[in-house]
Design a protein around this ligand. Structure first.
Ligand code: HEC
Length: 345
């Protein structure tokens, strides 16, 4: 499955959005066409707004999707009325049976949650909506949510498949090329502030600190934030000089793993290059799903220990797997590489 990572950034204001989603109207039949003197005169048309229960009009006059959804506790809610109105929000689309990028995406959202701390569930809310409602019942979503240690303010939702597709399209998070393979969805999410009428589309693969800062500061109309435990300003800036192995680790692995910082969603990887043999490690990082399917004993035991959260198959090439293992070796003091916090020499 080829998964496109769209890093496109879309900044829209309420005005632009209003022109993208205009309020549609139907023309009333032209009444009087006078034929005297051979002049034909059209009488001004009246407009009758189409009433669609799945759309709501925001205070800024923008049509916003408002379908009925069911949350992970089984509660029925309307998307705009109950989840978006008056809030600062993040919306992304996932499905729980995904073995590729969605778990990484969800782990990244978990990072945003951790960075926003106390503000989660107060003025900032996250919504992860399933694009596979048939499989993802509220019970399945509740279990998935638990695996990722999602806290207050982060709701998982399901609903009617066609309505969810319509909502994704309306929000600019479903494009025609996604249709060929429904599961092949771009790693995009929408973040915004309904009250101020601002929203943006961002990639889930953006640095966690960047998204947390956008939500906690920019979209919060630059209010002072006590809740942020970290800030973009403090983020390491040596990205350009980063070797590929380290870059892979920092963009693909770091949301679930640490090296010497203890277990996270996945195990601490310090010394993993010493405790596991190279062949096992290579196969595991290349295709953990295949090893779990083949009932590899180490993998099976690990899966139980980590609450059934399977490591995703990130589709790395053999070459990239080699590089990330080299990086892990270096971090465990096994190679000549010296790893500093935030950059390597
Ligand atoms: C969505 C979270 C997630 C991401 C992203 C992720 N992993 Fe994992 N990883 C796990 C979990 C959970 C386990 C252990 C449970 C299992 O899957 O069996 C694991 C296990 C491992 C192990 C085995 C550890 C041991 O003690 O034997 C290695 C090595 C590993 N991951 C490396 C990586 C690397 C390298 C990347 C990035 C290319 C990565 N992981 C990305 C969740 C993740």
């Amino acid at each position: 499955m080829w998964l496109r990572m769209k890093i496109s950034i879309l900044f829209t204001t309420a005005t632009v959005a209003a022109s993208i989603f205009p309020i549609r109207s139907v023309a009333a039949p032209a009444e009087a066409i006078t034929s005297g003197n051979n002049t034909r005169k059209m009488v001004a048309e009246k407009s009758y707004p189409i009433v669609n229960p799945n759309l709501a009009t925001t205070a800024n006059g923008v049509l916003f999707p408002n379908p009925e959804l069911t949350d992970h506790t089984g509660k029925k809610v309307r998307f705009y009325d109950h989840l978006i109105k008056g809030k600062i929000f993040l919306v992304n689309f996932i499905y729980t049976s995904c073995e590729a990028y969605c778990p990484m995406e969800t782990a990244r959202v978990k990072k945003f949650q951790d960075l926003l701390g106390e503000r989660m569930g107060k003025d900032i809310f996250f919504y992860s909506i399933s694009i596979d409602p048939e499989t993802d019942t509220p019970e399945v979503l509740a279990a998935y949510r638990k695996k990722f240690n999602a806290g207050p303010g982060w709701t998982f939702l399901t609903g009617n498949e066609a309505e969810i597709d319509a909502m994704r399209r309306h929000l600019g998070l479903l494009v025609d090329t996604d249709i060929d393979d429904k599961k092949d969805h771009g790693l995009n999410m929408l973040i915004g502030n309904e009250k101020s009428g601002q929203w943006m589309r961002r990639s889930n693969l953006d640095k966690a600190e960047v998204i947390a800062t956008l939500l906690g500061e920019n979209l919060s109309e630059w209010r002072e934030t006590g809740g942020l435990t970290n800030s973009f300003v403090n983020a390491p800036l040596k990205v350009a000089a980063m070797p590929r192995g380290e870059e892979i680790y920092k963009t693909r692995c770091i949301d679930c793993h640490s090296i010497g910082g203890g277990d996270g969603l996945g195990p601490d990887l310090k010394n993993v290059t010493k405790t596991r043999d190279l062949k096992w490690l290579t196969s595991w990082i290349s295709a953990p799903n295949k090893m779990l399917a083949a009932k590899d004993p180490i993998a099976t035991a690990m899966l139980v220990q980590f609450k059934g959260l399977a490591m995703p198959n990130l589709g790395l090439s053999e070459f990239d797997v080699g590089l990330v293992i080299e990086f892990l070796k270096g971090s465990s003091g096994e190679s000549n590489m010296t790893i500093e916090q935030g950059g390597a020499k």
